[in-house]
Design a binder for this molecule. Structure first.
Ligand code: PMP
Length: 378
C-alpha cells in the first residue's frame, strides 16, 4: 500500500478542495493592484473587473447550457435555493420532496404561513421520488416544482428526466438543486426544460461563499434583498470579483472533467463498499449504485453508533451525514424518509470521494475501519 495523505479526506459532499487552476485564476484578483468595483462604469479598473465577472458568468452558463444573462450570482446554493422558492411572483402551490436540503425544506413553513400550499413528496426505499407520485401531485396544478438533482447525504440521483417529461404539458415552473451533481454529471437546462437551477462554488472545487441561480430568461422574480441595481436589482450588492472568477473557472473545469472523474471515481466507491463488507458483512447500502453519484456512498453499520465511531477515527475526515444538519439533534430526515428507524439512521456513515481520492486512500480507510472494529467488538 502506498502512503495515503493523512487525514484521508472523504467528505467531498460537504466541501471540495479548491482546484489549483481555480486558485491561480482567483489570485490575480486578490493582488493589491486588482482594485476596481465591477459596477464602476466610468474607468478602466471597473471595466476590467466587470469583464472578469461577465466572463465568469458565461462560464457558469456554459456548464448547464444556459445563456449568461440567465445566471444570477449568489452567496451560495442556500441563497440560490431561497431565491428560487421565494422569487417567483404569484406562487400558490409548491411541490417538493421530503429529502431536500434544509435550504429548501426549512423555509417552507414560512411560505405556508403566507398561504402557499406545499406538497412534500415521499421517496421510495432507494431514496427516489417516483414519477407516479409526481404525476398524481402535478395534477393539482402547482405553480412551482423543486426536486433536487442528487441528494447530499445519500448521493441518490433523482429521476429528473422522468419528472421533466411528466411536467411537460403543465404550466408549472421547474427548479432543481444541482449542487451535488455537476462535478460528475453534465446537466442541460434546455434538454430538461428547467426554469431554475441552483449551484454552489465549494461543491465544484471552487471557492466557498459563492454560488449561482439559473433563472430562465423572462421569468418574473422578486429579489430577496433590496439595494443597488446590480444584477438587474434581482440580487443587489457588489459582486466579489475573485469569487466570481473562481466559480467560473471551476465550472469550466467541471464541464471538461465530469465524465472522466465519474468513470475514475465510481470504481473506487465500489472498492470501498467491497472493503467495508469484508469487515462488516451486514453493512447495508443506502440507495442503489445505479442511481448514485459516483463519489457518494452512504452505508448503515447495524448496531454501531456512527458518530462515536468517527470520533475514534481521527485519521479519516468523514461524516455521518450532512454538515448543514450537524447542528440539529436527531436522525437524518433523508434516511427516515427512506424508511430507516432513528437507530439505523444513527448507525449510518456518508463517504464522499472526489477528484483527489486515490485507491490507497480507500485501502487506508478500509484498513482503519477493520482495525477499529477488531478492537471495538471486544
Ligand atoms: N443544496 C445541497 C444539495 C447541498 O449539499 C448544499 C450544501 N451542503 C446546499 C444546498 C447549500 O450550499 P451552500 O453551502 O453553497 O449554501
Amino acid at each position: 500500500m502506498t502512503a495515503a495523505r493523512r487525514p484521508v479526506y472523504l467528505d467531498y459532499m460537504a466541501s471540495t478542495p479548491l482546484d489549483e487552476q481555480v486558485r491561480v485564476a482567483m489570485r490575480r484578483w486578490l493582488e493589491p493592484d486588482a482594485v476596481g468595483n465591477p459596477h464602476s462604469v466610468h474607468h478602466g479598473a471597473g471595466w476590467r473587473a466587470a469583464e472578469a465577472v461577465e466572463q465568469a458568468r458565461a462560464q457558469v452558463a456554459a456548464l448547464i447550457g444556459a445563456r449568461p444573462g440567465e445566471i444570477v450570482f449568489t452567496s451560495g446554493a442556500t441563497e440560490a435555493n431561497n431565491l428560487a422558492l421565494r422569487g417567483p411572483i404569484g406562487r400558490r402551490h409548491i411541490i417538493t420532496s421530503a429529502i431536500e436540503h434544509p435550504s429548501i425544506l426549512d423555509g417552507l413553513p414560512v411560505l405556508e404561513r403566507d398561504g402557499v400550499a406545499v406538497t412534500r413528496l415521499p421517496v421510495d426505499p432507494d431514496g427516489r421520488v417516483t414519477p407516479d407520485d409526481f404525476g398524481v401531485a402535478i395534477d393539482e396544478r402547482p405553480t412551482l416544482v423543486s426536486i433536487m438533482a442528487a441528494n447530499n447525504e445519500t448521493g441518490v440521483i433523482q429521476p429528473l428526466e422522468e419528472i421533466a417529461a411528466v411536467r411537460g404539458a403543465h404550466d408549472t415552473l421547474l427548479h432543481t438543486d444541482a449542487t451535488q451533481i455537476l462535478t460528475t454529471r453534465r446537466l442541460d437546462v434546455n434538454a430538461l426544460g428547467l426554469d431554475l437551477l441552483s449551484l454552489s462554488g465549494h461543491k465544484l472545487y471552487g471557492p466557498m461563499g459563492i454560488g449561482a441561480l439559473f433563472a430562465r430568461d423572462g421569468l418574473d422574480l422578486q429579489p430577496l434583498l433590496y439595494g443597488g441595481a446590480q444584477q438587474h436589482g434581482l440580487r443587489p450588492g457588489t459582486l466579489p470579483v475573485a469569487l466570481c472568477v473562481g466559480l467560473g473557472e471551476a465550472c469550466r473545469i467541471a464541464a471538461e472533467r465530469a465524465a472522466h472523474d465519474e468513470s475514475r471515481i465510481q470504481p473506487l466507491r465500489e472498492h470501498l463498499f467491497a472493503g467495508l463488507k469484508r469487515t462488516f458483512p451486514d453493512v447495508r447500502r443506502n440507495g442503489t449504485p445505479q442511481h448514485a453519484l459516483a463519489g457518494c456512498l452512504n452505508v448503515t453499520l447495524p448496531g454501531i453508533d456512527a458518530a462515536a465511531m468517527l470520533l475514534e477515527l481521527p485519521e479519516l475526515a468523514l461524516s455521518t451525514g450532512s454538515a448543514c444538519a450537524s447542528g440539529k439533534p436527531g436522525p437524518s430526515h433523508v434516511l427516515l424518509a427512506m424508511g430507516h428507524s432513528p437507530q439505523t439512521a444513527h448507525s449510518s456513515v456518508r463517504f464522499g470521494l472526489g477528484r483527489h481520492t486515490s485507491r490507497s486512500d480507500i485501502d487506508f480507510a478500509v484498513a482503519r475501519f477493520a482495525s477499529w472494529w477488531a478492537q471495538a467488538r471486544h
